[in-house]
Design a protein around this ligand. Structure first.
Ligand code: WT7
Length: 648
């Protein structure tokens, strides 16, 4: 833990929306009287019918409800587009930066408005209605944002699936929410490599329970020839470009669904996290404005893909609701070289830059040279998200990338939370490298021990939230009970984040990482159960156990213990085959870093795998295995340790 404190820079504070005293005053107000606080904030949006009711929430299992602004009506796309047209019609809404550094495009608010209306009309012409689900499986091209906003405009619920996911993963997500339309592209292109999106869609649609899909819209990205099935497939441009450039926004209840986003949990298949319209947009917009201290002329760049919640809230919805200019980046940090981010920062005069610790660590390894080649003088704030940032990486980001001038905001949140919950406000809260610092307005974190006792003062334990905030997820699509069971049962009446955290003497929070069976690999969330079920689907595998282990760049790597069936022989070839198998079943993100052959797995007498022990063995902490006396067969552990010691 770093004890260093970085004071808010005075020149930054002088111009910031909020200063030190503002934070304390507003935070107190937000938790003392959430109704009047959030009523005031809610009025920042354009309501078709203004709300009179604000907060109606209870985490008590027997009286469970989460509703915000629930008698108000609005349209999310109209809030992101229409209301900016008079003042900001010619302002750039989206700067698209291609994978190839020679490619970029500026799209004004008026142009975006017209493209969204056309796409909305196109979806209507395909029969899409309010409440229908639309799966978006696209590269980071403007059409992805257009498609999301077009859904919002007509009240369809979008489900964006990250373009890196396999056909199997895509099929599961299409089937789960019963999409009637899939929007995709011929191919994606990232780091110079092509991703066969349309081919994956074709394959996905041969899989079980995907016959809900009636139409596939295909945007042209690389222009490669792809099969088009006449009854089902249409080129995006052909259907969209001929449509009228006006489309009346659907009147939506604040609590009507806006989107579903699948995310991994500790058990079972990924959950469809459902977010609704009013509270989500209020929260995304407000956090975007205050955490990044947004000003009218800022160029905001969040490097996330729209396939993740970060891309939803801080590439699309938050920035556009605020009338900001948002950068949409198709590429990766190290292509064509490690100066890619900073070259694009200079090219577009980016002022606010938001990325993941894994990217920072990877670039840090390449040294200062590729950073110093570029001026970066436009930057005034840096942010991170997705996983704990180690103090060394934080210091490097601050000193090298920000030339020591820019505050760094380490923002903690989750797919489920819709927006940032714990983060410094850059003009108001002093930073400590590695700490997400203090809760945002209205957010009530607490730390409890494993029995659920609330710990006071400086302490360490499980991070929970004791009250609702407007951006909170409302349900798991199609399975409300799973929502309650997953988040509100471990510590009854409170939302369990799945994270561990420490709180220091100053009340600062330090997120220590997941305490459940969820891995965070390079900022991507994966369930150990998913990896294991992909593994055991291979004919040679009898049993598998996946755990995380410390990894220099990715934060966590994936370590899998594999028990083969009796007639299979361990070999390097089989190891490679199993790695490729998991890539194909889930995604390259889920590729195991290390596979260890395990003739047996440590289990309790009731048959439960003891992951605690497997984690210690993977981390090479053999002296800290703890109590192994409850194991059915303690000799299993000796074998695994011996095998582990034979490799680096
Ligand atoms: C998990 C949520 C929401 C943004 C992208 C990830 C970890 C996220 C931080 C941070 C430490 C962090 C947590 C959390 N996480 N941000 N600033 N410091 N850990 O969303 O895929 O839903 O993952 O990411 O473990 O629970 P996600």
């Amino acid at each position: 833990m770093s004890q260093k404190i970085y004071k808010v820079p005075e020149d930054f504070a002088a111009l910031a929306h909020l200063r030190q005293a503002d934070y304390q005053r507003l935070y107190q107000e937000s938790v003392r009287d959430p109704n009047s606080f959030w009523a005031r904030i809610g009025r920042r949006l354009d309501w078709i019918q203004p709300f009179a009711k604000v907060k109606d929430t209870s985490f008590d299992e027997h009286d469970f409800r989460i509703r915000w602004y629930y008698d108000g009506k609005l349209n999310v796309a109209a809030n992101c587009l229409d209301r900016h047209l008079t003042k900001r019609g010619d302002k750039t809404a989206i700067i698209w930066e291609g994978d190839d550094p020679k490619l970029s495009e500026h799209i004004t608010y008026r142009q975006l408005y017209e493209r969204v209306c056309q796409c909305a009309n196109a979806l209507k012409s395909l029969g899409v209605k309010k409440g229908d689900r639309v799966t978006i499986y696209m590269p980071m091209i403007p059409e992805a944002a257009v498609a999301m906003l077009a859904c919002a405009r007509i009240g369809a619920i979008h489900s964006v699936v990250f373009g890196g996911f396999s056909a199997d993963s895509l099929a599961g997500r299409i089937a789960d929410c019963g999409s009637s339309v899939v929007i995709t592209a011929d191919e994606g292109i990232r780091g110079g490599k092509r991703i066969p999106l349309k081919t994956n869609v074709d394959l996905a649609l041969t899989m079980p329970n995907t016959d809900c899909v009636k139409h596939v819209l295909v945007a042209r990205r690389t222009g490669i020839r792809v099969p088009m099935y006449a009854a089902r497939d249409r080129w995006f441009d052909d259907v969209v470009n001929s449509q009228p450039k006006e489309c009346a926004p659907e009147v939506m209840d604040a609590e009507d669904p806006l989107f579903i986003l699948y995310t991994s949990g500790s058990t079972g298949k990924p959950k469809g996290v459902l977010h609704t319209s009013g509270g989500y947009l209020v929260y995304a917009a407000m956090t975007h404005e205050l955490v990044f201290d947004l000003r009218e002329d800022d160029i905001f760049w969040c490097t996330a893909d729209v396939g993740w919640v970060t891309g939803h809230s801080y590439v699309v919805y938050g920035p556009l609701a605020n009338g900001a200019t948002t950068v949409m980046f198709e590429g990766v940090p190290n292509y064509p070289d490690c100066g890619r981010f900073w070259q694009a920062v200079d090219k577009h005069k980016v002022t606010l830059f938001y990325t993941a610790p894994t990217a920072i660590r990877a670039l840090m390894r390449e040294g200062e040279e590729p950073v110093k080649e570029w001026s970066r003088s436009s930057l005034r704030l840096l942010g991170t998200v997705g996983e704990p940032i180690n103090p060394e990486a934080w210091e490097w980001y601050h000193r090298v990338v920000g030339d020591g001038r820019c505050p760094v905001v380490d923002t903690w949140w989750q797919t489920e939370t819709g927006g940032i919950l714990i983060s410094p406000l850059p003009g108001a809260i002093d930073q400590k490298p590695g700490s997400a610092t203090l809760p945002f307005f209205g957010v009530k974190p607490a730390i409890v021990d494993n029995e659920g006792n609330t710990l006071e003062g400086a302490c360490e334990g499980n991070l929970i939230l004791t009250d609702s905030w407007p951006g909170q997820m409302r349900t798991v699509f199609g399975d409300h009970q799973r929502f309650i069971d997953t988040y509100f049962k471990t510590f009854p009446g409170r939302y369990f984040t799945g994270d561990g955290a420490r709180r220091d003497e100053d009340g600062y929070y330090w997120i220590t990482g997941r305490v459940d069976d969820v891995l965070n690999v390079a900022g991507h969330r994966l369930g150990t159960a998913e990896i294991e079920s992909a593994m055991v689907a291979h004919p040679s595998v009898a049993e598998a156990a996946a755990v995380g282990y410390p990894h220099d760049i990715k934060g966590q790597g994936i370590y899998v213990y594999v028990t083969l069936i009796a007639d299979a022989q361990p070999s390097e070839a089989l190891r490679t085959e199993l790695r490729d198998w998991v890539r194909k079943e889930i995604s390259p993100i889920a590729t195991p870093d290390l596979i260890q052959w395990a003739p047996g797995l440590p289990k309790t007498r009731s048959g439960k795998i003891m992951r605690r022990i497997l984690r210690k063995i993977a981390a090479n902490e053999h002296d800290q295995l703890g109590d192994i006396s409850t194991l059915a067969d303690p000799s299993v552990v000796e074998n695994l340790v011996r095998e582990r010691m034979n490799r680096p």
